[in-house]
Write a protein that binds this ligand. Sequence first.
Ligand code: URA
Length: 244
Amino acid sequence: MADKNKTMRIDKFLSNQLGISRTDAKELIKKRLVTVNGAAVKFFDMKIDPGSDRIISEGREVVYREHIYIMLNKPQGVVCSTKDGLSKTVLELLPTELLRDGLFPAGRLDKDTEGFVFITDDGALAHKILSPKSHVEKLYFARLEKPAEEGYKDIFASGMEIDGRDICLPAKIEICDDPHEVYISIKEGMYHQVKRMAEAVGNRVIYLKRLKIGELALDENLAPGECREIMHKEVEKLYTKFMP
Ligand code: URA
């Protein structure tokens, strides 16, 4: 017997899990392409228990996941929003098998920034990662117009002021062998924050890529524009602190 609290309509389930419209879900049902525990579904409003019923659509099992977590390597020129009239959005880069209702990028990168974008339909987890109170670190690689100076380290660590109004939380900058290249870790996500921090010390970011959120690093096997699902045990790395 299905637990009433956990049941949902089959058309809603299909739409949500397959990332298709309710109309398309109904079409599959009309064509008798959906079975629940071996029997063809006849009614759009049939109640199913996603946790225990076996749902097959077009010959493939629809395995229930309450939420989905995706790591995308965003290329330049793509925007971090759900809709944009002009530019391609990060959601448009996802393959159909990962699409579902309610997906959004949790945290934005600028159009010209590359790298790790976290996409989910789990609002509570997104809040946990994005809230400045959580102090989840994000690691960036940046190329600067001018060589970085040793003095930046103390300025970044002290909680610098940007644009004469915003005070940043203490951040970390590591200078590479080529001093035009740096790694910057920040614990919040203010608008254009890394670029504004570079400008506050008289420099300019000419290339920016996000490499890490919490302890989860961008998968090196993902070419720009590619994505993969974040597996369950990796999810908690997203909100683990890595900066002392
Ligand atoms: N800081 C920026 O300036 N831009 C980004 O896209 C991310 C962090």
